[in-house]
Design a protein around this ligand. Structure first.
Ligand code: UT7
Length: 350
């Protein structure tokens, strides 16, 4: 990891997340795929996922999440928008400018970062760089993906795993010692393993294919599982070392929600107790770039993350890409649960 001289810091100032209303649970999936609630729960920890319905896209999820993060920050004044996504609305152009315009932010710098499931950590680092360079003093960072549009509808190896969603944070310029200051960062990639998780067709290498499955995600799950567990642990250790934190100082580990067994394996490698691992995958599935901000939102709303807590964040995705960061949790206002329909059901039951 390169030496990181802190010239100012990017500080977490707002948080929000949004899930599309349509929920598909494991029982519904097992009626059309050769799978079962029991297999999906025990092998992944997933019980349901939210998916977009026709007419809803990544830009919609990103806009909803972005609006909630701006509201939580108490201001819609930002100089830049960084959107982490691997499922933009179009191959060209990037989706971030459309999200900015939908939020009434036409004119600001806006671009996409594609590091797939590690995208949100990459986007946090990118936004922190914009702030450190003086190119922006407030940045909206959004992670949004619609992997339900990339999975082959009959593939039991991928359909149960992925869900759709959006999550976002507002970062503002601040100082390294204050609560909410992000960093250090640790980022990596290994393009030699690109074929482990790939959508072969539709890009510049294979514009068209006669095989319709080439347009869908092909995943070598077991190999990805192995790399995800090892790389997230290595990278987390690097961040702990650079932050000067002992592992037993970590109050919460927020890892990419791909599989509860991966989260438990990383925690075991690191020596973080299971009860300090944030897990919300049961209700969301793997939402790719939205997974970290969704998990942060859930953990903030349920009181797991408290001001002053030491929070370790790590993610891993296709590419391969992976990375980690850390922060001491700040005081945040107006953070809403993304599970609105469940709150409505609970309220009605009272
Ligand atoms: O976000 C980053 C990207 N993705 C990931 O991080 C995913 C990482 N990988 C994983 O989470 C796991 O590898 C999976 C959940 C995808 C698969 O779990 P696994 O324990 O690696 O299972 P497997 O692929 O080795 O399959 C075990 C068995 C096989 O049957 P046999 O050969 O033992 O008879 C599969 O055919 O489970 C079978 N299987 C299923 N059975 C019921 C695979 N998918 C299913 C299914 N329902 N949905």
């Amino acid at each position: 990891m390169p030496t990181q001289e802190m010239r100012g810091a990017a500080v977490l100032a707002g948080l929000g997340a949004w899930l599309p209303p349509h929920v598909v649970d494991n029982h519904e999936l097992s009626q059309r795929l050769d799978t079962s609630d029991e297999w999906i729960r025990t092998r992944t920890g997933i019980g349901q996922r939210h998916i977009v319905t026709p007419g809803m896209s990544t830009v919609d999820l990103a806009t909803e999440a972005g609006a909630l993060a701006l509201r939580s920050a108490g201001s819609d004044q930002v100089d830049a928008l960084v959107l982490a996504t691997a499922t933009p609305d179009q191959v060209c152009p990037a989706s971030a400018p459309q999200v900015a315009s939908r939020l009434g932010l036409t004119g600001i710098a806006a671009f996409d970062v594609n590091a797939v499931c590690a995208g949100f950590v990459y986007a946090l680092a990118t936004a922190s760089g914009l702030i450190a360079a003086g190119a922006a003093s407030r940045v909206l960072v959004v992670g949004a993906d619609t992997f339900s549009t990339l999975v082959e509808p009959n593939d039991r190896g991928t359909v149960p795993i992925f869900g759709d969603g959006g999550g976002a944070v507002v970062l503002r310029a601040g100082t390294p010692g204050e609560l909410g200051a992000l960093g250090p960062f640790d980022l990596h990639s290994d393009g030699e393993l690109a074929d482990l998780l790939v959508v072969p067709a539709g890009g510049s290498k294979m514009r068209r294919s006669d095989d319709p499955t080439d347009y869908f995600l092909a995943m070598q799950g077991t190999a990805v599982f192995r790399h995800a567990s090892a790389r997230m642990a290595e990278s987390s250790r690097e961040v702990l070392r650079a932050a000067g934190w002992a592992v037993d100082e970590v109050d919460s580990f927020v890892g990419h929600q791909a599989n509860v067994r991966i989260l438990n394996a990383v925690a075991k490698h690191l020596g973080v107790p299971k009860e300090d691992v944030v897990v919300n995958i049961e209700r969301t599935g793997n939402t790719s770039a939205a997974s970290i901000p969704l998990a942060l939102t859930d953990a903030c709303v349920d009181g797991t993350l408290k001001p002053g807590d030491k929070v370790l964040i790590s993610a891993f995705g296709a590419g391969l890409t992976w990375g980690s960061t850390a922060l001491r949790w700040p005081e945040l206002a107006d953070v809403e649960s993304p599970h609105r329909e469940q709150r409505i059901v609970q309220a009605a039951a009272l």
